[in-house]
Write a protein that binds this ligand. Structure first.
Ligand SMILES: Nc1nc2c(ncn2[C@@H]2O[C@H](COP(=O)(O)OP(=O)(O)OP(=O)(O)O)[C@@H](O)[C@H]2O)c(=O)[nH]1
Ligand SMILES: [Mg+2]
Ligand SMILES: [Zn+2]
Length: 294
């Protein structure tokens, strides 16, 4: 029978199989010998060995279409980056950091501002404007009013999507609102600290239906950029591309170089200054990291 590995705990791989059941499977010896480690996300062939205890054996791993490093999951099609629109205020530098990481791994992203019930129409438009140039769809959602949940569902349908975003954004609440039989732990936000409790600990896959899967990742608090070069960083800001052509110098870093098309576009309001500020911060961070490397 075919299935998908949805989590791995203590030597067991939990396989969501074609029959709609989940089996705890041991990997057969061949995997250990080949050092070919099964990954969460793998499509596999399995055999049921015990129908009472729902156990099976992993027989074969089908070819992977992709392999993500952070988080370590295979066959991912896209990411959804979920931030609270308010309570807590979204940290847009962190959001941009997620987008850069996804772009760097060539993963398309969907941006979702949850808790839209807490912000005005004006603020919604402001947030949408900031991310217009990224090419990522921006969804405003609320698990309280139901706004945008249908948009989230249609963005995810038929795909395996990594869910990223800080603790307390409402990732689990959204996953729960997509289908009645999936239940993920949700945590009450700590009013005093203004941030959520870390309720999700292991990377695991939540089947929404037979073709739609969510990869739930632990709440990120800090994230480091992969060891990318400067040039790779500005490639991860899609809205720069159109204006880079106007830069006077080849290899322009879009910082204080004269005749820079990107900083010009920021001044003219064609590139969002919030996005550009994130670029500057991440650029400084990369330079700093490079200095420590050598
Ligand atoms: N006002 C409002 N609150 C929401 C909404 N969605 C979720 N919440 C609340 O926000 C808090 C955090 O939600 P979770 O779904 O646990 O957040 P999470 O992103 O899964 O957090 P971690 O698992 O810690 O990473 C909970 O108290 C939810 O009730 C929403 O649309 N509007
Ligand atoms: Mg959660
Ligand atoms: Zn430039």
């Amino acid at each position: 029978m075919r299935g998908k590995i949805i989590k791995g705990i203590a030597g067991f791989y939990y396989v969501y199989a074609e029959d709609g059941c989940t089996y705890a499977c041991r990997a057969r010896g061949i995997f250990r010998k080949d050092k070919y480690k099964p990954l969460v996300g793998d499509s596999v062939v399995m055999t049921v060995t015990d129908t009472k205890d729902m156990e099976g054996s992993l027989d074969e791993i089908l070819p992977r279409s992709s392999e993500l490093i952070r988080p370590a999951v295979s066959n991912v099609d896209q990411a959804i980056v979920i931030f609270a629109a308010a309570d807590p205020e979204p940290n847009l530098v962190l959001l941009d950091r997620f987008l850069v990481m996804m772009e760097y791994q060539k993963l398309p992203s969907v941006i979702c501002f949850n808790k839209s019930d807490l912000i005005s129409e004006n603020r919604k438009n402001e947030l949408k404007d900031i991310y217009k140039g990224t090419g990522c769809p921006v969804i405003m959602s609320s698990t309280l009013t139901g706004e945008g949940i249908d948009c989230v569902m249609s963005a995810l349908s038929g795909k395996t999507t990594v869910v990223a975003g800080p603790s307390g954004a409402g990732k689990s609440s959204i996953a729960n609102s997509l289908q009645s039989d999936i239940r993920m732990e949700t945590g009450e936000i700590s009013k005093k600290l203004g941030r959520g409790r870390h309720t999700t600990r292991h990377a695991q896959i939540i089947p929404v239906n037979h073709e739609t899967f969510l990869v739930d990742t632990p709440g990120f608090s800090s994230l480091f950029l992969p060891e990318m070069g400067e040039e790779e960083l500005w490639r991860c800001f899609p809205e720069f591309r159109e204006y880079e052509k106007n830069c006077r110098f080849q290899g322009c870093r879009h910082r204080s170089e004269p005749g820079c098309g990107v900083t010009e576009a920021v001044k003219d309001g064609k590139i969002s200054s919030s996005r550009y500020e994130s670029y500057v911060l991440l650029h400084e961070e990369l330079k700093e990291a490079e200095r420590h490397r050598f």
